[in-house]
Design a protein around this ligand. Structure first.
Ligand code: DQA
Length: 148
């Protein structure tokens, strides 16, 4: 049984409307329901938050200490430049999986670099909404290997 903080970064509240050819037609609520369903099957707990503000995401990471066993995050565009978000994740020493709907490695050069990925246990990118469920599965397996 594991407690996982799920964070969605900027503009992900627009999923469904936002560039559906790139990000798909599912809304953020659809994705959250899929994650909750998967988590229930693993008898886990999720806290889910979306924010368009870097500081709010950082506060949520700090507040997860003592409750969360791991973090699943789609940092949105912060992926590519937010050293503050990276430092927050590294600072709480919780295992983290980074996910992206699109394959960031096949897109514009500015999207191909993640400043977050090096401090994560891994990254899932390019499987649409399933990047989230695959990432959650990987995090659950990682936690269960380490006895959580
Ligand atoms: C994204 C990729 C980012 O480059 C972009 O800024 C997003 C979404 C993805 O899920 O594919 O907001 O993180």
């Amino acid at each position: 049984m594991s407690n996982i903080l799920v964070l969605h970064g900027p503009n992900l509240n627009l999923l469904g409307l936002r560039e559906p050819d790139i990000y798909g037609s599912k809304t953020l609520d659809d994705i959250n329901l899929a994650l909750l369903d998967q988590s229930n099957r693993h008898q886990g707990q999720l806290r889910i938050m979306q924010s368009n503000h870097e500081g709010e995401l950082i506060d949520a990471i700090h507040e997860a200490v003592g409750w969360a066993d791991g973090i699943l995050i789609n940092p949105g565009a912060y992926t590519h430049y937010s050293l503050a978000l990276r430092d927050a994740i590294a600072g709480v020493s919780l295992p983290c999986v980074e996910v992206h709907l699109s394959n960031i490695h096949s897109r514009e050069s500015f999207r191909q670099k993640s400043v977050i990925a090096p401090i994560c246990i891994g990254q899932v990118s390019g499987f649409g909404w399933r990047s989230y469920t695959l990432g959650l599965l990987a995090l659950h397996d990682h936690l269960s290997d380490s006895g959580k």
